[in-house]
Design a protein around this ligand. Structure first.
Ligand code: ADP
Ligand code: MG
Length: 343
């Protein structure tokens, strides 16, 4: 039995501890938030937010993120003849090309997502993208002959990686790797790593709608992001809001970038198997922990369609999809997507 005196002593010490804890918490310096200006990179507009104990650390984190994004853009952009990817696209059908670790890793991840999606995601679509672009410029549909030629140059199994030498080699001639469907996600992940290294406690990287966030906001809250309404793009209206922490969200859609031939509009996402553009879904949002995964899977689900797409995402741990169908704008979601949606 505890004596009354001891009891009182215990209560007094407990209260003292609580009071001390409260003083400690409220006495804590508030966190600082810094927002970057709009930065034009990767053919889009990037915005970065850093939360840190002080202004200088927040600014340093933003700077580190932008530096990383620019560095990777210079490696991954196939439209820049000086990029390392362009060198690969020119040379790898003739000899193995030695590449930087970051390019090697994104190629490995790309092949991983090709296998996972049964080839719906495939970075060897470069020649197909080029053919459709040329046809759109000439305002005529692609014909069978060039499509058959392009087919020989497509297929992720034709990318040969050597992890000991860090080289890439192509198994067919005139192939062209296009990282457009995975680069922003991968780059956002790496930018976040840099921000953490620079001392940021929280932050958000927005690469033209490809979002990655970590930690909490300066007000200790989740990061709230908007997903655009595909049919009300001009008005910039959001169709839903998501509350995220330590997650990435990628949206693929036919509404932002597309081709026009005659008066028909075609998505910039292609089904590598049929060589046709993927037009059944007007928007696919994937939420998961990795930006690389979110980006690749958003593109893959656009190709796979609602039914197969949802079936795949349901099987993946901690990965959710929100889909808006073309035409009737019906919204479909995976079973646990709801917990991210702000109503
Ligand atoms: P966004 O560019 O709007 O972020 P995506 O992430 O879906 O959209 O990437 C689309 C781009 O990826 C296309 O412009 C093209 O360069 C490339 N691409 C098209 N179809 C595929 C595909 N099936 N697999 C991989 N990349 C693709
Ligand atoms: Mg993508």
């Amino acid at each position: 039995m505890i004596k009354t005196g001891q009891k009182i002593l215990l209560i007094i010490s407990a209260v003292a501890i609580i009071v001390l804890l409260l003083i400690f918490r409220t006495g804590k310096a508030p966190l600082v938030r810094a927002d970057s200006a709009n930065v034009v990179v990767m053919n889009t507009i990037a915005k970065i937010i850093a939360v840190a104990p002080d202004e200088q650390t927040a600014q340093n984190a933003i700077e580190a993120a932008i530096k990383k994004i620019k560095h990777l853009e210079n490696l991954f952009n196939r439209y820049d003849p000086n990029s390392q990817l362009s060198l690969v696209n020119r040379q790898a059908d003739k000899e193995p090309v030695k590449i930087d670790k970051e390019l090697f890793v994104i190629l490995q991840r790309s092949i991983y997502y090709s296998k996972l999606t049964d080839g719906a995601f495939d970075i060897t679509v470069g020649p197909l993208v080029d053919l459709w672009k040329k046809c759109a410029e000439a305002n005529s549909m692609p014909t069978d002959e060039p499509l058959a030629q392009v087919k020989k140059r497509i297929g992720y199994d034709k990318i040969l990686l050597d992890a000991n030498q860090f080289t890439v080699r192509f198994a067919a001639e005139a192939m062209s790797l296009d990282l457009g469907a995975i680069a922003k996600g991968f780059v956002a992940d790496r930018a976040i790593e840099e921000m953490k290294k620079a001392g940021a406690l929280g932050g958000l990287v927005d690469l033209g709608g490809q979002i990655g966030c970590f930690g909490l906001t300066e007000k200790n809250g989740k990061w709230v992001i908007g997903v655009q309404n595909p049919s009300k793009l001009e008005a910039g209206q959001t169709i839903l809001k998501l509350a995220l922490s330590d997650s990435a969200a990628a949206t693929s859609g036919d509404y932002r970038r597309h081709y026009k031939i005659g008066n028909k509009q075609f998505s910039h996402i292609f089904n590598p198997a049929t060589e046709k553009s993927a037009d059944t879904l007007s928007s696919v949002t994937i939420i998961t922990s990795s930006g690389t995964a979110a980006d690749a899977l958003a593109t893959a689900v656009s190709v796979m369609g609602a039914e197969r797409g949802i079936e795949l995402i349901e099987k993946l741990p901690n990965t959710e999809a929100i889909i808006i169908k073309s035409g009737n704008e019906e919204m479909l979601e995976t079973s646990k997507a709801e917990r991210f949606i702000l109503r």
